[in-house]
Design a protein around this ligand. Structure first.
Ligand SMILES: [Zn+2]
Ligand SMILES: [Zn+2]
Length: 394
């Protein structure tokens, strides 16, 4: 089977690379992935693979049924690009000013299409159903949840979910499949302190929102250093502070924007409640008002131990055991694949693209680039996991 897989991956390789290049040339931002979806549907039509489109606006769900009914497994690729100006000088560089596939999602789409074409040829050799999910908007507001709400995990019922991300800090020809905590949950908040503006020389007649902002910024870092268990991970970052216009005017208000990261529900509650409490306490101290808009975004991404083990075992058939990374610290970045692992057992997998571990490829940078050759391992990773999952007994 492994030889057959390699041969089939080679058979479709040129078409897969071509698809990656076409998607890369015309990057589209969240919920605008119309051309990307059109390119994918064109291949689905060519090979007569059934699918539904326009799920959560631009999402696609394709199906391949095996020779007999059986279990159902879903694989996911994300389709969106980023508002970054490309500076790679690749021959297939972005043709669209200010937009770029700087996270590898062009490769995710092409790799999953490639796996689908290979598995389509093998459909008489497995039982059950494989679903292929192409989702919009991973980078921003999230396309996974609206696709779940439109029923992609039902009819037939999906038993397990898997997804891969090409990863700049994992070496080429290596994969990272961990059990448990994988990536962080994320919230965002906007906090406004509403004070009393006035003359910079008469601060006693004002309620200075800049002092309130400064106090809040310092105090919330004590939540990480003094409230969170020292061995637990958590992040509170203020990424934007806006207040005032000139030297001698105390402004009326100050607006802060921040992000919060956590790896479990307990710490999620701890960080959220402390941010609320400190905002309230600071406003109270200065007899001012505050407005806190706290938004829950993605949950933490937790890999199921059993699914991670199954994936590692499947991978060990095509790459050496030493090239499968089984343990790694969680990444405090977030991923909306977490909505899928919240609903069903599954695992999210990093497929390496780095050539030198001391010189990782930086995601979201204008120079982000990686070799097409890595698409082969990405395709095969999906295939071996699909076949092993469908053949597994429980
Ligand atoms: Zn990204
Ligand atoms: Zn990404």
């Amino acid at each position: 089977m492994q030889e057959k897989l390699a041969k089939l991956a080679q058979k479709y390789y040129d078409e897969v690379v071509e698809l990656r290049h076409r998607i890369h040339e015309e990057p589209e931002l969240e919920f605008e992935e119309f051309n990307t979806a059109r390119l994918i549907c064109k291949i689905l039509d060519k090979y007569k693979i059934p699918y539904k489109k326009n799920i959560a606006k631009t999402g696609i769900l394709a199906y391949i049924n095996g020779k007999n009914p059986g279990k159902c497994v879903l694989f996911r690729a994300d389709m969106d690009a980023l508002p970054v100006q490309e500076e790679t000088n690749l021959p297939f560089s972005s043709k669209i000013k200010g937009k770029m596939h700087a996270c590898g999602h062009d490769g995710h789409c092409a790799g999953l299409v490639g796996a689908m074409l290979v598995l389509n040829e093998l459909k008489n050799e497995f039982s059950g159903t494989i679903k292929f999910m192409f989702q919009p908007a991973e980078e921003g507001s999230g396309g996974a949840l609206p696709m779940i709400k439109e029923g992609i995990l039902e009819n037939p019922y999906v038993d397990a979910v898997f997804g891969c991300h090409l990863w700049g800090s994992v070496l080429e020809n290596q994969v990272q499949i961990v059990s448990g905590e994988m990536m962080a949950g994320v919230d965002i908040f906007t906090l406004e302190f509403i004070g009393q503006g006035g003359h910079g020389a008469h601060p006693h007649t004002t309620k200075d929102p800049i002092i309130m902002a400064a106090k809040f910024i310092n105090d919330i870092q004590c939540v990480i250093s003094r409230r969170l268990r020292p061995v637990d991970a958590g992040v509170i970052t203020i990424g934007s502070v806006r207040a005032g216009t000139t030297f001698n005017v105390i402004p009326q208000n100050a607006i802060l924007k921040g992000t919060v990261r956590f790896l479990n529900e307990e710490n999620h509650k701890l960080l959220k409640s402390n941010i609320e409490r400190i905002a309230k306490a600071v406003a109270l101290e200065f007899e001012a008002e505050f407005k806190l808009d706290y938004v829950r975004e993605y949950p933490p991404l937790i890999n199921d131990d059993k699914m991670a083990k199954l994936a590692r075992k499947a991978l060990s058939k095509i790459i050496k055991d030493e090239n499968i990374i089984k343990e790694a610290k969680a990444d405090m970045g977030a991923e909306d694949f977490a909505f899928l692992t919240k609903e069903r057992p599954g695992a999210y997998i990093f497929v390496g693209i780095a050539k030198d571990i001391n010189n990782p490829i930086l995601h979201h940078s204008s120079n982000f680039c990686w070799d097409d050759e890595n698409l082969k391992l990405l395709m095969k990773t999906h295939c071996v996991i699909a076949l092993d999952f469908l053949a597994s007994k429980d």
